[in-house]
Design a protein. Structure first.
Length: 38
């Protein structure tokens, strides 16, 4: 179970990084305010 927990935590961390990068890229590209992004 410890291995599965590590995999899940890695996926969550990776997803968070991708999400932050995507929002940051969208903000820079389209000038969207963070609070206006769903």
């Amino acid at each position: 179970m410890s291995v599965q927990r590590i995999i899940v935590s890695d996926r969550v961390a990776f997803h968070n990084i991708v999400t932050q990068f995507y929002y940051g890229y969208s903000k820079l590209s389209y000038g969207i305010k963070p609070d206006s992004v769903p």
